[in-house]
Design a protein around this ligand. Structure first.
Ligand SMILES: NC(=O)c1ccc[n+]([C@@H]2O[C@H](COP(=O)([O-])OP(=O)(O)OC[C@H]3O[C@@H](n4cnc5c(N)ncnc54)[C@H](OP(=O)(O)O)[C@@H]3O)[C@@H](O)[C@H]2O)c1
Length: 302
C-alpha cells in the first residue's frame, strides 16, 4: 500500500527516527516527545493509543504505532539500569498492551546490541541473542515483552543510526573536523551506518503492510543500510562528504578507547528476512551517506 491511507503514532517523536517519521509523506503523523507522551505512564499511553486510533479511523485512515522511544544512552545505562528498564522494558510493554487492547498494529524498534558482537557473518533475526550491556539486555527484554503482549507487532532491529534530528556519529565527526587537525577512530568494530531517511522509509513501508493486513510472517526483522564498514572508514567517508582530507582520520583499536559499556565488535545485521517479507532493501550505506548530506547537509554539519 502506499502511505496514502496510513496514520502513525510515534512515541519518541523528538528522537532521531521520530523526527524523520514526523516529516514522512504519511497523511497523519502524531509524533509526541516524552514531555507529551511518557511511556512510563501506562494510563497516559492507553489514552493516547485510544484517541489516536479513533482520530485515524474517523479520517478513514489506518492506524499503526511505531515505537521510536527508548533509553538510548548506552554508557549511562550501565549505572542507571532501572531507568533504562522503565522505558525499554516496562514502557514498551505498556505500549504493546495498549495496542493489543485497541487492535492497533505496533512496529517496535530495537538494536544490534541484543547480540554479543562475536560473530563474523551478518546476524539473522533468529540468531541467539546474548547482550553484553545493560542497554542491550533491556532492549532484548523489551522485544520479548512486546511480542508476548498479544498485539499484532513486529520488532525491527537496526544499527549505527544517524540523521539530521539528533546527536550521532556523523555530527560528532563534523564537529571534530572543525575542532581538530587529526583524530583517531576505532577500526576494529564493524557495522552498517544507517541513515534515518532510509530507515524511516522502510518503517513506513512495513507499517503500510500491517495496515493492509499483510503482516510480516516473522516477529523480528532487521533493517539497516546495506554493506559494512568500520567506524574509522565511516569517519573518513564523513570527512570526504565534508570536503575535508580523510587522511586526517587515523585508525586505532577499541582497547585504546575503553568505554563503560563494551561495544559489539561485529554489528552487521542481515537484511535477508526483510527482503523475504517483500520489503525494499535499503541502499548501500555509502550512497546513503551522500544522500543524507544532499538532503540534510546543513544539519549534519552543525
Ligand atoms: N541511535 C542508534 O544508533 C540506534 C541503533 C540501533 C537501534 N536504535 C533504536 O532505534 C530506536 C530509535 O533510536 P533513536 O536513535 O531515534 O533514539 P533517540 O534519538 O535517542 O530518541 C529516543 C527518544 O526516546 C524518547 N524517550 C526517552 N524516554 C522516554 C519516555 N519515558 N517516554 C517517551 N519517550 C521517551 C526521548 O525523548 P526525550 O529526549 O524527549 O526524553 C528521545 O527523543 C530506539 O529503539 C533505539 O534503541 C538506535
Amino acid at each position: 500500500m502506499s502511505a496514502k491511507r496510513l496514520a502513525l503514532l510515534v512515541p519518541g517523536g523528538r528522537g532521531q527516527l521520530g523526527r524523520e517519521l514526523a516529516r514522512s509523506a504519511v497523511p497523519l503523523v502524531h509524533a509526541p516527545g516524552s514531555g507529551e507522551l511518557d511511556l512510563r505512564d501506562a494510563a497516559e499511553v492507553g489514552d493516547a493509543v485510544g484517541s489516536f486510533a479513533e482520530t485515524a479511523l474517523d479520517n478513514d485512515l489506518r492506524p499503526v504505532v511505531v515505537n521510536a522511544a527508548a533509553y538510548t544512552a548506552v554508557d549511562a545505562a550501565e549505572s542507571d539500569a532501572d531507568a533504562a528498564r522503565s522505558i525499554n522494558v516496562d514502557g514498551a510493554a505498556a505500549l504493546a498492551r495498549a495496542c493489543a487492547a485497541r487492535r492497533v498494529p505496533l512496529v517496535h524498534m530495537s538494536t544490534d546490541y541484543v547480540f554479543s558482537g562475536d560473530a563474523d557473518v551478518p546476524y539473522e533475526p533468529d540468531d541467539p541473542a546474548e547482550p553484553r550491556t545493560v542497554y542491550g539486555r533491556t532492549k532484548l527484554d523489551g522485544e520479548r515483552a512486546v511480542l508476548s503482549a498479544g498485539a499484532r507487532a513486529c520488532v525491527v532491529r537496526t544499527a549505527w543510526v544517524y540523521g539530521a534530528g539528533g546527536q550521532n556519529f556523523v555530527r560528532t565527526m563534523s564537529r571534530l573536523e572543525r575542532e581538530r587537525d587529526s583524530l583517531s577512530v576505532v577500526d576494529d568494530q564493524v557495522g552498517a551506518p544507517t541513515w534515518t531517511g532510509d530507515l524511516a522509509a522502510g518503517v513506513v513501508q512495513l507499517a503500510g503492510s500491517f495496515a493492509e493486513r499483510r503482516d510480516p510472517q516473522r516477529p523480528v526483522l532487521h533493517c539497516t543500510n546495506a554493506g559494512r564498514t568500520s567506524w574509522f572508514s565511516f569517519a573518513r567517508a564523513v570527512f570526504a562528504e565534508l570536503g575535508a582530507d580523510p587522511e586526517r582520520v587515523q585508525p586505532c583499536s577499541t582497547e585504546e578507547f575503553p568505554r563503560p559499556a563494551p561495544r559489539p565488535a561485529h554489528s552487521v545485521l542481515s537484511g535477508r528476512a526483510w527482503a523475504a517479507a517483500g520489503l525494499t532493501p535499503l541502499r548501500d550505506w555509502r550512497s546513503a551517506l551522500t544522500a543524507a548530506f544532499e538532503t540534510d547537509g546543513a544539519a549534519l554539519r552543525r
